[in-house]
Structure formats: C-alpha cells, structure tokens
Design a protein around this ligand. Structure first.
Ligand code: 2NL
Length: 360
C-alpha cells in the first residue's frame, strides 16, 4: 500500500521513503492476518522492486542537473539500505517466532505409536493350509505341479478317453502347442507315480481351470486331491481318512455320507457329503423352516472319491495286481464357503478388503 501517488523527483520525497515504508509495515504487522515471508517480500517489492517507488525516483534522476545527481544517489542508497534492514529484521523475528512455537509444542511420549496395519491371509490360503495340516498329520506329503499340462497327464493317463466330454473345447482351456490348462490336480499324482515307486501318500493342492463362469463356478478355482497307493489299501481306509478329515475340519460331531457315483479314474466311485454345519444335519432351521444351505437335506457335498482305476495304474507303470489305492478330490472354495458361512463364491475373488480383513 504505497502511501502516495507518483513521487516527485525531489530529495525530500526520497528521504521520506523509509518512514513511509515503516508506516506500511506497521499496517501489515497489525493486520488480523498472520505476517508471512511472502507478505513481507510483497511489501518490499512495492518499494524496492523493478516498478517500485524507489525505481520511479531513480528514473526521474535524469531530469536533475548533473551536479545534484550524486547527492540524490546517496540518499536513494540510504533509503534502500534502511528498508532492506527493516525487512531483514522482520524476517528474523518471523523465524524466531516459528522456532519458539516449534519448541513450545509438547509431545506426549507415553501415547501409543501408529502401528502398521498388517495384511491378512486370504481365506482360501487359510483353508488350504488347514487341509494340508490335517493330511500332513496322517502322513501325507504335499506335492504341486505345473498349471499348463499335456492332455496325456490330465486325461489319457486318467482313463479319460479322447471322446470324453471333459476334453471338449467347451469344457477345457486349450493353449498353444497342444497343451491345456489342467482341469484338476490329478496330473500331479500321475507325475508323482511315474517318478517314484509305491507306496505313495500325497495330497496335491493347487489352482485348476475349467470353462465355467457363473454364480457357482469360476473359470479358475483351487482344489485339493489326495492319493494313497500301497499294498491292500481298501475302501474302508478311504472312509476312515475322509471321516477323520471332515471331523477335524468342520467339527468333531459331524458324519460323512458316500453316494455311488462315476469318475473315469476311480472304480468304485462316490460323492462325499459332510453333515451340514448350518443345521447340524437336521435339514431344518429354527421354526421348522428348511435349511437354505443344504436345501433341507442335512448334507453338503464336499467332493468326490473312489478306488484308483486299474487303467490309471497301468498308464503310470504300476501293477494293479500288486497295489491298490484310493483317491479323492475337493474344491477349496466350497470348503471355505462352508467353514466360514460365506454364501457367494465370488466374494473370494473380488478382493474387497472389508471382506478379506474378517479372516484374522
Ligand atoms: C471331485 C472329484 C476326484 C480323484 C478326484 C484321482 C486321481 C488319480 C487317480 C484317481 Cl491320480 N483319482 N482323483 C478321484 C476321485 C474324485 O475328484 O469332485 N473333485 C472336486
């Protein structure tokens, strides 16, 4: 806020300049807004800047008789020095005030720190680890293998003929080079049997791929299969193993039910049901309403199983007259839905942290 109009080229006006600056400075300091380095510099520029007041005096210097010019120059320099000293003084005060405010801040060192929020394991990972843990306790080893497989390891070795519908383009993903995305983890067991002699006692957890995509199917889903091959392995061994697993995984009171079924790679074959955890196997909710989860049946299907087909043993070079074995397979997302009471499969694949953070 310069306090006058275009200055005269007179020495008195020039001498007045620092005092006028001081008046403006006082106005700035007493204004309600806090003084900043920026506002001080702006005021300084009004006086000493290129188009500031001092420059206007200097431009009119040329109109003076040459003899008077040096004296005016001296006054101009004094005015400039005075204003600069005033600005510097205020800047120093600003810095001191900032430091004092900083030092006056009190810090409560007893407050708790800002801990880092830890991530959580995905529910499907938790379920896979739990399944692995239970079978490790029964003497099974965990084996994994490639997602991209040959048709032979995924189908032919598993007694699944070339004209079987599962081998159709509609059902299986075919990739370049005549390979496929494995449709189950059975090829892991096939590879294990081909590379080592019996006995074999393994589970094969991992992702598998099928051309399905709707409310109850995703094109990729995690599975776990198990295989036990030795002399005289029986269907009773299979039942005992599955019952032990279901009771450790879902609850000690539950039973299992095996229903006759068909798989090309097992004979006989069965679907595995576990007692429904929602209604305790009764099929009814409170008030007599039918249980929504098991649709009133009291049973939930968790997978399939059977005795390894002799043709599978022949394909991997085992003698079906010397060994027998059982195998089973289950979908891990289904197991996770049942265990945690999740009613939509897609929740596992949407990566919504509000959902995922519940599994701590
Ligand atoms: C299901 C059914 C099953 C197998 C998988 C198998 C593996 C070999 C030999 C024989 Cl190497 N069988 N696996 C057997 C029966 C059922 O899975 O519903 N899975 C989700």
């Amino acid at each position: 806020m310069p306090s006058s109009d275009a200055p005269e080229s007179n020495i008195d006006g020039l001498k007045e300049l620092p005092r006028r600056f001081e008046v403006d400075l006082q106005k700035l300091l007493s204004s309600t807004e806090p003084v900043s380095e920026q506002s001080l510099r702006a005021l300084q520029a009004e006086y000493l800047g290129k188009s500031g007041q001092l420059s206007k005096y200097m431009r009119s210097l040329g109109k003076l008789p040459p003899a008077e010019r040096p004296a005016v120059g001296v006054v101009a320099n004094e005015a400039k020095d005075k204003i600069e000293r005033l600005v510097t003084l205020q800047l120093e005060r600003l810095a001191e005030a900032a430091l004092a405010a900083d030092l006056a801040r009190s810090v409560d060192v007893t407050l708790p720190g800002h801990g880092r929020a830890l991530g959580t394991l995905h529910p499907l990972t938790l379920v896979r680890r739990e399944v692995e843990h239970i079978f490790l306790g029964l003497g099974f080893e965990v084996r994994t293998g490639p997602w991209i497989e040959t048709e032979w390891h995924n189908f032919d070795a598993l007694n699944t003929p070339a004209d079987h519908p599962a081998r159709d383009m509609q059902d299986t993903f075919f990739v370049d080079g005549g390979r496929i995305l494995r449709s189950h983890t059975s090829p892991v067991q096939v590879r294990t049997m081909m590379s080592s002699p019996p006995p074999i006692k393994i589970i094969a957890p991992g992702n598998v791929f099928r051309r399905d995509d709707d409310a109850t199917h995703t094109p990729m889903f995690p599975q776990v299969e198990g295989l036990y091959v030795d002399r005289e392995v029986s269907f009773a061994d299979l039942k005992g193993t599955l019952l032990h697993f279901v009771r450790r995984f879902f609850g000690a009171e539950l039973s299992i039910r095996l229903r006759p079924s068909f798989f090309p790679f097992t004979e006989p074959s069965a679907e595995v049901d576990a007692g429904c955890h929602q209604c305790g196997g009764t099929g009814r909710r409170e008030g007599g309403v039918g249980c929504r989860l098991c649709k009133g049946s009291g049973w939930i299907e968790i997978g399939g199983c059977g005795m390894v087909h002799p043709n599978v043993f022949k394909a991997v070079g085992y003698d079906p007259d010397q060994v027998s074995g059982f195998a089973f397979g289950m979908g891990l997302s289904r197991m996770a839905m049942l265990k945690y009471g999740v009613d939509d499969l897609r929740a596992f694949y949407e990566n919504d942290v509000r959902f995922l953070a519940q599994f701590r």
